[in-house]
Ligand binder design. Structure first.
Ligand code: PMP
Length: 448
């Protein structure tokens, strides 16, 4: 029997309507005392529930690369929802994911010709790891079960991604994770590289850590190495010059797959379609999400080389080649959003625009050198990390204070530890770049 309205009315009314939502990656109790609530967005700005404009210096969570509520994307989502709301992609199909995969493969680095759809960056990473294991098995090398990640890597929150990731807080409460995972050292070293534009000079030899792990375990036990080409969530850490080339060479020498996690760097963030293009190193598998739909509908896309795909296509034709997938893989509305997003990127030349703005961006943000507490600034593409001196006994406090003050003053920042990270939509104007730098300067002068 369904509940009558009278029964429903007997349920206690919530005393605080912020209570029920258990917020992710947030100090819930602190937030709920002084919430920051966003009600609308357009282009470069959010609007808060109390009607204030907030300049978005972070593209939401690194994902709204074309700016907010772009009409072409909104219309595509609306039209798709009205035409085909859902269709399975297990054993059935619909045209959109085929069309989208072809478009994505055409814009991907050469050789990454096949695309597996997922719903998030975390799912993209776990999918990439599973593809790597299954690929080796398909070739009769099922003993390759080990993965190598990197300290200060962030690869989402699935058990696979947490295991290969190297963010301490993300790992320590969740048990041992995947067996057989090792980590390269991270490449962040302020004693050798500081206030860098683009790639830092020193540290390529840190890639040789991989040789050490190969010697320790035997290459024949290692499936893949996964790194972010530029680590984002742990503080904007571009790779030293020559580092990724060296990693690629070692992988090739020993038959290891190289996975680039391009969830942040994909779709124009560095002024090229993918970081692999700009940095001149092509992985075997590439994970993407976020910018693929301009953040509008959850979606991720995992790119795999033809070699990998073909290794799966050798068995009987009536056999499922990869026992993996999600109900919403290739969801029609996500595909429609992504196709419209790619149109906007291409029609407006936004990746080229990001490249053209890089110097202006770097000049503006590096202009903050010398302000209180600033111990390093790193820029590449339309990304910047501003590292603050830790506060005695209260690490992370200064960056957090900066985020709160910036929001009160009308700008959204992202913080990670003692680092402020910025990544504006690629439609940012030169005047807005200056505004971001000016607002941040004001904030830095105001914090303790
Ligand atoms: N990989 C990288 C490199 C990321 O930056 C992120 C998210 N910031 C993820 C994976 C996880 O993505 P999601 O939050 O969509 O699961």
């Amino acid at each position: 029997m369904s509940a009558s309205p009278a029964v429903v009315a007997l349920r206690p009314a919530p005393t605080n309507n912020l209570e029920a939502f258990w917020m992710p990656f947030t100090a819930n109790r602190q937030f709920k005392q002084a919430p920051r609530l966003l009600a609308g967005a357009r282009d470069m700005h959010y609007v808060t529930t109390d009607g204030r404009e907030i300049l978005d210096a972070t593209s939401g969570l690194w994902c709204v690369n074309a700016g907010h509520c772009r009409p072409k994307i909104v219309e595509a989502i609306q039209a798709q929802a009205a035409e085909l709301d859902f269709a399975p992609t297990f054993q059935f199909g619909h045209p959109k994911p085929f069309e989208l995969a072809s478009r994505l493969a055409a814009m991907a680095p050469t050789g990454l010709d096949h695309v597996f759809f997922v719903n998030s960056g975390s799912e993209a990473v776990d999918t990439a790891l599973k593809i790597a294991l299954a690929y080796h098995r398909a070739r009769g090398e099922g003993q390759r079960f080990r993965f190598v990640g990197r300290e200060r890597g962030y690869h989402g929150v699935g058990f696979g991604g947490v295991s290969v990731g190297g963010m301490v807080a993300n790992r320590k409460t969740f048990g041992p994770g995947l067996p057989g995972v090792d980590h390269l050292r991270h490449t962040h070293d302020l004693s050798r590289n500081s206030f860098t534009r683009g790639l830092p000079e020193h540290g390529a030899e840190l890639a040789d850590d991989l040789e050490r792990l190969v010697a320790l375990h035997g290459a024949e036990t290692i499936a893949a190495v996964i790194v972010e080409p530029v680590a984002g969530s742990t503080g904007v850490l571009p790779p030293p010059k020559g580092y990724l080339e060296r990693l690629r060479a070692i992988c090739d020498r020993h038959g290891l797959l190289l996975i680039f996690d391009e969830v942040i760097t994909g779709y124009g963030r560095l002024g090229s379609a993918f970081a692999a293009d700009r940095l001149g190193v092509t992985p075997d598998i590439m994970t993407t999400a976020k910018g693929v739909t301009n953040g509008t509908i959850p979606m991720g896309a995992v790119f795999a080389s033809s070699d990998i795909y073909e290794a799966f296509m050798q068995g009987p034709e009536n056999m499922i080649e990869l026992f993996h997938g999600y109900t919403y893989s290739g969801h029609p509305i996500a595909c429609a959003a992504a196709l419209a997003t790619l149109d906007v990127y291409q029609e407006e030349g936004l990746f080229e625009r990001a490249a053209a703005l890089e110097t202006r961006w770097a000049d503006a943000i590096h202009g903050l050198k010398g302000l209180p507490h600033v111990i390093d600034i790193r820029t590449i593409g339309l990304v910047a990390g501003v590292e603050l001196e830790p506060m005695e006994g209260k690490p992370t406090a200064r960056a957090f204070q900066s985020m709160v003050k910036a929001y009160e003053d009308g700008m959204m920042l992202r913080v990670t530890g003692d680092i402020i990270a910025m990544s504006p939509p690629l439609i940012v104007s030169e005047a807005q770049i200056d505004e971001i730098a000016e607002r941040l300067a004001r904030v830095l002068k105001a914090i303790d």
